[in-house]
Design a protein around this ligand. Structure first.
Ligand code: EPU
Length: 337
């Protein structure tokens, strides 16, 4: 294992922010990971997966551990289902494509989400009517304190909207090393109810879709709305969609007749943050090298050499403005360092 000094993290975060790690190591085995975690000379450590949910605002004066554990294996299978284990450092979308090529169903709606397999459970990634938790079977995670591997089953994970035990009680205590998914084979139950998928399938003239068609439809929708991080730095949705009371919503309806909402419970609704941000005028706004994406107001972008703090300050301005106009606080989904 090579511990490097003064390494730029630009290629290790999808925002493409150029900050420096004092020390950097890439680990490809669990034994190496245990050994690195035991090193007393680096008390300050930061674990990086795909870097797709992180805004870096400063140089890191410690050791960045890049998780590069690779491999995909079939653990068990029967006529209708298969358990597939994917190691944490596998790229999420490449894993989705591997499943689709093998005709294993369940994660096709999650095509083209940036990031790695190991970080996907932390925020329970979701898109187009499907969340990671729907196919999650279990994961293995290394306890940072004891260096012991521990299994987490679905019931241990408290999955919620962009949330899990790994963002709450267990935050910062574990490194996920692999995830087991339960996927369908032979008979797939498809999720095409999300409006945009249906219309995209129609456009593709597909009336009897396969999981391959759904993946293609999702890829087209995402490519039309969301910037490719390889071309324009971004971290997907910067904010979560807020949940507000129906009473609050009804008051807003008086002034904003077209405000969209999705029912959550008898007295709560979810409102798309993208709509709120667009309504207060930030969609497509560019300031120097950073701004708000022109096709999806939830996404903040780095056009080249933006500083993490520029983007952080813009996010605060957006939060303040949305709160002032609508009385709604929109929480950041992205982790800030
Ligand atoms: N909208 C606007 N203006 C915008 C964006 C959205 O008015 O600029 C409104 C529209 O009314 C639209 C509604 O918001 O009908 C919903 O928009 P969209 O279908 O694009 O979904 P979203 O709620 O904005 C969420 C996820 C995305 C995911 C999509 C599709 C969150 C925070 N974001 O966005 O996830 O791809 O649904 O399922 O829940 C991500 O997490 O990085 C991400 C991209």
């Amino acid at each position: 294992m090579l511990i490097q000094e003064n390494i730029s993290l630009k290629l290790y975060n999808t925002f493409g922010i150029d900050v420096t790690a004092r020390h950097f190591v890439s680990v490809s085995t669990i034994d190496d990971l245990k050994q690195i975690l035991s090193l007393k000379e680096y008390p300050n450590k930061l674990v990086l997966g795909g870097g797709s949910n992180m805004l870096l605002t400063r140089d890191f004066d410690g050791l960045v551990i890049h998780i590069n554990l690779k491999g995909i294996e079939i653990i068990s299978e029967d006529e209708n289902a298969v358990i597939v284990k994917a190691h944490a450092g596998e790229n999420w979308h490449e894993f989705v494509l591997w499943c689709i090529n093998n005709d294993f169903g369940g994660i096709e709606n999650l095509s083209l989400i940036p990031g790695n397999v190991g970080t996907a459970p932390i925020q329970n990634i979701g898109a187009y009517g499907v969340e990671l938790k729907d196919t999650f079977n279990s994961c293995e995670a290394l306890a940072i304190e004891t260096k012991l591997l521990q299994s987490f089953y679905k019931s241990d994970c408290n999955f919620g909207y962009r949330n899990s035990v790994f963002k709450q009680e267990a935050k910062g205590q574990f490194i996920i090393t692999s995830v087991n998914f339960k996927l369908s084979r032979n008979f797939h139950s498809l999720n095409i109810n999300y409006g945009a998928i249906n219309s995209q399938l129609e456009l593709m003239q597909v009336s009897n879709p396969t999981i391959q068609d759904i993946s293609k439809a999702v890829i087209s929708i995402r490519e039309s709305k969301l910037p490719n991080p390889k071309e324009i730095g971004n971290s997907g949705s910067f904010f979560k969609n807020p949940v507000i009371s129906k009473t609050h919503f009804n008051t807003l309806l008086e002034n904003f007749k077209d405000i969209p909402s999705y029912p959550i419970s008898e007295d709560q609704v979810k409102v798309p943050a993208g709509w709120l941000i667009e309504k207060v005028g930030f969609k497509g706004k560019r300031f120097d090298d950073y701004g708000v994406h022109k096709n999806q107001a939830l996404v903040l972008v780095n056009y080249g050499n933006a500083k993490g703090n520029d983007i952080l300050n813009l996010s605060k301005l957006i939060q303040k403005t949305v709160e002032r106009i609508f009385g709604i606080f929109i929480e950041a989904e992205v982790n800030i360092l």
